[in-house]
Design a protein around this ligand. Structure first.
Ligand code: ADP
Ligand code: MG
Length: 263
């Protein structure tokens, strides 16, 4: 449950008041153009350092997450599948998950990992390798899905799951997460800018995210509209909204020059 969430980075407000409620077992898609603040939302929910939260609340059941360090949020049942999974040289996935699960039965974790690897068509050799080091984009995403499967969180924020995944990998990973929503009551906030992933992970609601907040909510027909027409209808209104707030005009120096072609 997210209420009135506002956050700044490097002195600029990126999240401008996000409200969103996701119940157990539901998948909510957040779709928006490049640079709209989707990954910032994911990072602020997960507790990544470097963001200044200036207002609002993020609760998992009754636990207020804002203010807790990232590991406490994970302990409360939160999981983040990152858009760009980080390399962790010197630490194998097996070591990492054995530590995370915190049970004395390390062997059980290894068995669970092998089960999960088989479910998503992931080669077991990756379990012993350092986390994400020298892995392709698609392998990293499978790695995230495997962690999700083993850790069995209550709520997962999944940032651009489809980026880097080919059709087969997307089917495996998408269905694995869909399964967790149906059988384990996993709640999902699925951030994406294309509806490709919805073939496997079906959203209960679709939210258009632009200018650091949710601008409109609907069902899958909204995703179809975005696919057909792009984000123009929402982004066109943003300069005026920014001007109304008194913001200086801004151009994203890291913006994707091909964003218009992709969206
Ligand atoms: P999205 O995931 O929707 O493409 P992001 O949340 O990654 O967008 O970025 C939103 C905006 O915030 C962009 O303009 C980006 O350049 C800026 N931004 C994100 N993180 C940082 C940071 N650590 N320092 C400065 N600017 C940032
Ligand atoms: Mg992003």
């Amino acid at each position: 449950m997210i209420e009135g969430l506002r956050a700044s980075v490097a002195g600029r407000e990126i999240l401008t008041g996000v409200d969103l409620e996701v119940s157990a077992g539901e998948v909510h898609a957040v779709m928006g153009p490049n640079g709209s603040g989707k990954s910032t939302l994911a990072h602020v929910i997960a507790g990544r350092r470097g963001y200044e939260v200036t207002g609002g609340s993020v609760r998992l059941d009754t636990t207020e997450l804002l203010g807790l360090p990232a590991w406490r949020r994970a302990e409360a049942g939160l999981f983040l599948a990152m858009q760009y999974p980080t390399e962790v040289p010197g630490v194998s996935l097996l070591d990492m998950l054995t530590e995370s699960v915190c049970t004395p039965e390390g062997a059980a974790v290894a068995d669970r990992m092998r089960e999960e690897a088989a479910r998503i068509g992931f080669d077991e050799k990756f379990l012993e390798r350092p986390v994400n080091v020298d892995l392709s984009g698609g392998e990293r995403k499978r790695n995230e899905a495997l962690q999700l499967g083993v850790l069995a969180p209550a709520f997962a924020v999944v940032d651009e799951l489809d980026s880097g995944l080919d059709v087969d990998a997307l089917r495996f990973v998408g269905s694995r997460i869909e399964d967790a929503t149906t059988h384990d009551g996993l709640g999902v906030l699925a951030i994406t800018h294309s509806s490709r992933v919805f073939d496997h992970l079906q959203p209960d609601a679709v939210h258009v995210f632009a200018g650091g907040r949710i601008q409109e909510s609907g069902g899958s027909e909204l995703a179809d509209e975005l696919e057909a027409d792009g984000y123009e209808r929402w982004t066109a209104a943003l300069p005026q909204m920014a001007a109304d707030r008194g913001d200086a005009p801004f151009t994203d120096p890291f913006g994707d020059p091909f964003a218009d072609l992709l969206n």
